[in-house]
Design a protein around this ligand. Structure first.
Ligand code: MN
Length: 201
């Protein structure tokens, strides 16, 4: 079965004013749709067809540019759009909040580390909150559409990711990536992130 984009349970304008409608339309409707169809084309008729996206990324031949770029783009954007919500923002609670405090010292310190990873990623890429194999949390960043699951990334299973490609923020924020990163925290759905934490740890 071909890969499909996750369905959004909010409207394109629902994340305003933090993430604008025009960006959402082109980001989900064009960029993410493009990665998805190109991934499907790249694996059609190969031994990757029928495997889960996690399985494909974990065992990826990093020289396979079509699957690396489009498989990463497919997975990364599913996570990104799934972990945003018009009802998001605030702080995590429960076990995830405890784990963040234990690893980073406090939620504010985690936010600072994650934001720095996002702001200092040169060019296009992503910053991540991930669960390592030992169950501990980590912040990391990857270039382009690379992903923490890919060979050599050494970061763990991602549970939250921010897209810092210019297409994710330029229409509204132009060169002000730090303002976009700050705004992202107003729409993070910590309940979804907490569920992903429970599954990954
Ligand atoms: Mn993107």
């Amino acid at each position: 079965m071909a890969f499909e984009q996750i369905k959004l349970d909010y409207d394109f304008d629902a994340l305003e004013p933090h993430i604008d409608e025009a960006t959402m339309k082109v980001h989900y409707g064009k960029h993410h749709a493009g990665y998805t169809s190109k991934l499907n084309n790249a694996i059609k008729g190969t031994d990757l067809e029928g495997k889960s996206i996690e399985e494909i990324l974990k065992n990826l031949d990093m020289d396979n540019a079509a699957v690396r770029n489009n498989g990463g783009g497919y997975y990364n954007h599913n996570l990104y759009f799934e972990t945003m919500s018009p009802n998001g923002g605030g702080n995590p609670s429960g076990d995830l909040a405890k784990a963040i405090d234990e690893t980073f010292g406090s939620f504010d310190k985690f936010k600072e580390e994650f934001s720095n990873a996002a702001k200092t990623r040169f060019g296009s890429g992503w910053a991540w909150l991930a669960v390592q194999e030992n169950g501990k949390l980590a912040v990391c960043s990857t270039p382009n559409q690379d992903n923490p699951l890919m060979p050599g990334a050494n970061c763990g299973t991602p549970i939250l990711g921010i897209d810092v490609w210019e297409h994710a923020y330029y229409l509204k924020y132009q060169n002000r990536r730090p303002d976009y990163v700050e705004a992202f925290f107003s729409v993070v759905d910590w309940d979804v992130v907490a569920k992903k934490y429970e599954e990954a740890k």
